[in-house]
Design a binder for this molecule. Sequence first.
Ligand code: PMP
Length: 381
Amino acid sequence: MKYPDVIDEVRRIMWPKPLKLFTAGPVACFPEVLEVMSLQMLSHRSDEYRALHKDTVLRLADFLEAKESTVLLIPASGTGFMEASIRNAVTPGGKVLVTIIGAFGKRYREVVESNGRVPIVLEKPPGEPVLPEELDEALKKNPDVEAVTITYNETSTGVLNPLPELAKVVKEHDKLLFVDAVSAMGAADIKVDEWGIDLVFASSQKAFGVPPGLAMAAVSPAVFEKAEKIPGRGWYFDLLKIKKYLDSQWSTPSTPPIPQIAGLNAVLRIIEKMGGKEAWLRMYAERAEKIRRGVRDLGLELFAREGYYSPTITVVKAPEGVRGVDVYKAMRNRGFEIAKGYGPVKEYTFRIGHMGYITDEDIEELFINLREVIEELKGGK
Ligand code: PMP
């Protein structure tokens, strides 16, 4: 290496001090992922790249139980597919039932509006999920919507929506179903074909523990069929064009984030070596349970409605008289990057992310420090 100093120079900007990440994403990555990502680049039109893309797509399709649907990997963050779902599969001026249980459901509404479609909103108070009977009622009242959007895991409130039950309702009404699984995919189960999901998307920097820059989705034949009839799909997020490149050459229309795809490939192999999807999801469920137990042991309350707890992020009510952001700051001073409260509940909550490369010892240390921080803040120190 001719200029080894630059490594330290950049490191000093990014990492002036060590921090353990309990973030909402980007999250800490497996060492294997980081190492694979530092391999030299290759052309995305080479046979070697195509082999990597194909292997990653097939492994992810397997993980998502998506045989009928097509797995797409594109250079974008998850929001790219949010936009793509609307532009490709809803008629301009057409209606979409947008379910909102927090900040990211609100983003979906904005995406619908800003693309000239009409959102019909079913909104629940923060901390609550959407219930199947509520969705059924909303669809009975609005039979002319073309699609329904659901946030599987609402990162701002720590609520996991009951997706299998909600999907059933959407299918009974014969509507397209778009699922924002940005902070769910990789930690909460997804069975694309069985549940009848038409488009489910996520971002690399969440539960798979890969750096940001890659968006993944599984897209049903119904979406591609509908897209044929939708004008103005644009270029970058044209799902038919993206599928054409996948089908003809196992690649993408524009340059893919090759390191992230290699990183995702490595994680999918780690999952296989851990014993497969079930073992991996169990690891996430147990980690989430451990974190919730830790919070309760401190005498603190969870924000989400019981029974709908997120497997990827725990939102905690700060104790009376303590601001969520002060807990965040004090923990950061002690070397732990948790997440601030988000959206309408940001003042009085803080969040503990469970995603990515986290060890049991990290969790133990987190709670030792959190206990001291809470006591200090309650004491007004
Ligand atoms: N939806 C949810 C539920 C999210 O948590 C996030 C990111 N925090 C997004 C959408 C946006 O994802 P991205 O920044 O990768 O586009």
